[in-house]
Design a protein around this ligand. Sequence first.
Ligand SMILES: Cc1ncc(COP(=O)(O)O)c(C=O)c1O
Length: 356
Amino acid sequence: MKLLIPGPVEVRDEILQVMSEQLISHRSIEASNIQINIEKNMKKIWNTENDILLSTSSGTGLMEAAIKSCTLKKAAVFSVGGFGDKWYELAIANGIDTDIYRAEAGEPTTKEVLKEALDKGIYDVITITHNETSTGVQNNLEELSEVYKNYNVIVLVDTVSSAGGAHIDVDKNGIDIAITSTQKCLGLPPGMAFCTLSERARNRAEQVPNRGGYLDILNLYKFMKASHQYPSTPNVSLMRATEAQLDYIVNVEGVENRINRHQTMAKMVRDWAKDHGGIFANEEYLSDTLTTIKIKDESVFKILSEEMKNRGCILGSGYGNLATVNFRLAHMADRSVDEMQEVLDMLSEIWNEKIK
Ligand SMILES: Cc1ncc(COP(=O)(O)O)c(C=O)c1O
């Protein structure tokens, strides 16, 4: 089955093979070397010199860890959909004083909204979703950084569905913590997450008294710094798979080539969408890794998904209550341009026969 949902994605056979290798001690030099290699290559994907931390949770774990470890006064969440809202829910569940600024579905976070909020002078942490998987919006981090760089706030960015598939300049854009998960553009099984950590974020976390236990960002940092190991027992198999896949991304395909391939597929899907239901998200802020395609109601997705399933493909519905107005087509990870064309040809055939 081809997984056309925005994660988890199909994983290359070579990587599945690595996952099944015999285990090693997580306190060995070999384990440290694996972590070192992961750190080295994630820095290239994120364009950063900052430290890299690993977590044996999915991305949500590090989102919780980041907002909990860095908020001393009050956080502002800039949400453009379901995963932006997630930051807010996590903060509230942890008793963190937080405000949320929501954009309309399909719209980005704007410089104006960001500036107006930061001018209040009450926040010491902000969260931004780079690529909102629920709406297909990709925020422009460079544009937003022109605003937030003028304020003394720790900047947390969710790059869960973009790292490894879209350009992200962590250092240039002054991002203190960027977070991603294994199961999206990196093309790995789910189960681990990574983040960048700036010195500023580390200094802030040192002042925060209750950072939690398992996901205390400073504890993850301490073990990384001491031995490039993990405080408890990590998912060694997935770490090995990550080491191999990141080596492939950086040294075989090349990060730029990978991003270009994502952009090529994104253009193909957008062109298809324009000729069929139309694109749901604001066309100036479209995701490089998934596209939301408008439908007149849920019956359209029902027909498309059933027919695609018969052809060996799993299609993604719209997220939450957006399921009535769009469906999602992922173009991420190791999908080839030719495969993407085949998928679009199948969709055209079904659309012309059953929807039009
Ligand atoms: C944009 C975005 N943020 C956060 C998450 C949560 O990540 P995880 O499922 O790895 O916890 C997802 C998952 O789909 C996502 O798409």
